[in-house]
Design a protein. Structure first.
Lengths: 233, 358
């Protein structure tokens, strides 16, 4: 692995980590709302939130680009505040955050839905406020699903290409992540060095997805036991 | 004082409760699916959708007119659901401590643990506890928060709670030592009679009867509303220091009445104990019996105070030595013995018909 490869890996890990940390509170919040919401329109909202999973990443990238350009609705505000996002590492973070958001929300929502609402109710009747019960009951019972979603989102952020290239370009040392570098090297005929990067992505992605699988397979160590089952005494 | 006046639409009917209860010790009875659990959940604030008014000792929990709904965490109600609902990720100690503020509550924790006798369970997780043990931990968890009112959903109905594991003896201790008012859902008229002052009988979401416990628990009324109702004879008393034998003990339940029961293991004289006898195991004789002529050790003269139909059989209510007994008799037996209210009879119960509740 060359020094260049290493700095590309570092940049990619960094933006993927920042992106994941960014969506974590938002994603848990959205997952929690979706897990409790039973009203009309729930399916539509869920579908909308899942769109990045199925849309061409370039389509998502183009929408982001339009919103963020100086004349765009968000770009104008950012410009006034003196914040520059497009074609910086922040744009990479933004693109990967949007693309990986649904991968966090879906497993987290499923895990939160498995938490018996009556346990939450009991927690509150014992005198604990809603947030307190969320931290002491809901999260501890749903952490596997949330962690699984976090790792999936991180993997997605780690390998994102289409949306990133549209809003962040492919600038070596600034916005060039592993996925972009592989594309770049292939374009200029450095196939062997591109494969070195491919190997790197495989190692990181394998570790993340493998951990996710293990977490989801074991589920909660409490969920497997029937709460009303006779004890094995 | 518990004031209830609310409606809650449930799937097959609307729960419609209008009642004022003194509220120190209330038994809630009624067949399965009559709305008992929903009633408790409305009081605890765990069930939305109720319209009307709910208040405890003047504090309004729910008042649809003014739009007031008090959050469950502000009601200070200790709720023990049928399936205990312990937090599966916390050990028993963690469960009992859940409602206690950090640093505070060590005294109430220790008290609850001692009354419910769960010291040996504290480090165990709910999945490793038996149904009865779980109920005790759940009751300790509620008691430790020093609630203004305890709501207990019948633990016996939880399939895995064995008869001997019944929560009743512990509830008696909570009642007598902590003096926390409670509502207790049960199918067992005997338990209700020992434990409660008032009773509320629900049928299909409506109050079928309400009032003093002995009035509501009349077998004819109760059994017509709840075919599963049990009329077990339940006696709470103190074990006497006199030792009739190695295997038996006297349970003193009043100044005049003491019963010869199987000696419980690990219990000393002076300890409280609760025993039950099924009405099926109480014999009735119209002739006086001498203890020297019959093997059963509990023989007592009394008088029939009521004969009430329960299904195809008759439940005879007999006052003997100041204690009411219930004996289940066939119609043929009632006819052959020519039983009627006011008739003097003798009741006969074998020592081994008594089962210790715990």
């Amino acid at each position: 692995m060359s020094a260049e490869d290493f700095s590309i890996l570092l940049l990619t890990l960094r933006v993927a980590a920042v992106s994941t940390l960014l969506i974590l509170p938002l994603g848990i919040g959205a997952a929690w709302l979706l897990s409790r919401w039973k009203g009309r329109g729930k399916v539509s909202v869920e579908t909308f939130l899942s769109l990045p999973l199925v849309l061409p990443p370039t389509a998502v990238g183009l929408v982001l680009l339009e919103m963020l350009r100086r004349s765009g609705p968000v770009g104008r505000l950012l410009d006034r505040a003196g914040v520059e996002i497009l074609f910086t590492w922040k744009a990479v973070v933004l693109a990967t955050a949007v693309m990986s958001f649904p991968l966090l929300v879906r497993p987290a929502r499923a895990a939160l839905e498995e938490v018996d609402p009556r346990l939450i109710a009991i927690g509150r009747s014992l005198g604990r406020g809603g947030l307190d019960v969320f931290a002491r009951v809901t999260l501890p019972l749903a952490w596997r699903g949330i962690l699984a979603g976090t790792l999936l989102a991180f993997s997605r952020a780690f390998g994102e290409f289409g949306a990133t290239i549209l809003v962040a370009g492919n600038i070596p040392g600034r916005t060039q992540t592993l996925a972009l570098a592989i594309f770049h090297r292939t374009q200029i005929g450095r196939d062997a060095s591109a494969f070195r990067l491919v190997a790197l992505t495989v190692v990181v992605a394998f570790a993340a997805v493998w951990t996710t699988e293990i977490l989801q397979r074991r589920r909660s160590r409490y969920a497997g036991r029937d709460v009303t089952a006779r004890p094995a005494t | 004082m518990i004031e209830l006046d609310f409606r809650l639409p449930l799937a097959p009917f609307t729960l419609n409760v209008s009642a004022r209860l003194e509220g120190t010790a209330v038994a809630v009875l009624g067949p399965s699916g009559s709305g008992k659990t929903s009633l408790l959940e409305v009081i605890a604030g765990l069930r939305r959708g109720a319209v009307g008014r709910v208040a405890l000792d003047g504090e309004v929990f729910l008042d649809s007119e003014s739009g007031k709904v008090l959050d469950p965490e502000e009601r200070r109600i200790g709720y023990v659901p049928q399936d205990s609902l312990l937090f599966p990720h916390l050990d028993a100690a963690g469960n009992v401590r859940f409602g206690l503020k950090r640093g505070a509550g060590e005294k109430t924790f220790a008290e609850a643990v001692s009354i419910l006798e769960i010291t040996s369970l504290l480090s165990r997780y709910p999945a490793t506890l038996s149904g009865g043990e779980r109920q005790r931990v759940a009751l300790a968890r509620a008691v430790a928060t020093e609630p203004r009112l305890l709501l207990l959903d019948e633990p016996l109905a939880a399939v895995d709670v064995e008869l001997k594991e019944r929560i009743l003896p512990y509830l008696l201790r909570v009642r007598d030592e902590k003096k926390i008012p409670f509502l207790y859902v049960t199918h067992n008229a005997g338990e209700a009679g020992v434990l409660a002052r008032e009773a509320l009988l629900l049928q299909e979401g409506r109050v079928r009867a309400i009032g003093r416990v002995d009035e509501v628990l009349r077998p004819a009324v109760l059994s017509s509303a709840d075919p599963d109702a049990s009329f077990e004879n339940v006696f709470a008393g103190v074990l006497e220091p006199i030792e009739p034998s190695d295997s038996t003990a006297y349970l003193r339940i009043s100044d005049e009445v003491r019963l010869l029961v199987p000696r419980p293991i690990g219990v000393a004289a002076g300890d409280r104990a609760v025993f039950g006898v099924l009405p099926d195991d109480v014999l009735v004789s119209t002739k006086g019996l001498e203890r020297s002529s019959v093997s059963a050790r509990n023989v007592s003269a009394g008088e029939i105070i009521g004969l009430e139909p329960v299904g195809a059989d008759t439940l005879a209510r007999i006052l003997a030595g100041g204690v009411e007994w219930r004996a289940k008799l066939t119609a043929a037996a009632v006819a052959d013995l020519d039983l009627s209210t006011g008739k003097p009879v003798w009741i006969v119960v074998k020592t081994h018909a008594f089962r210790r509740l715990r």
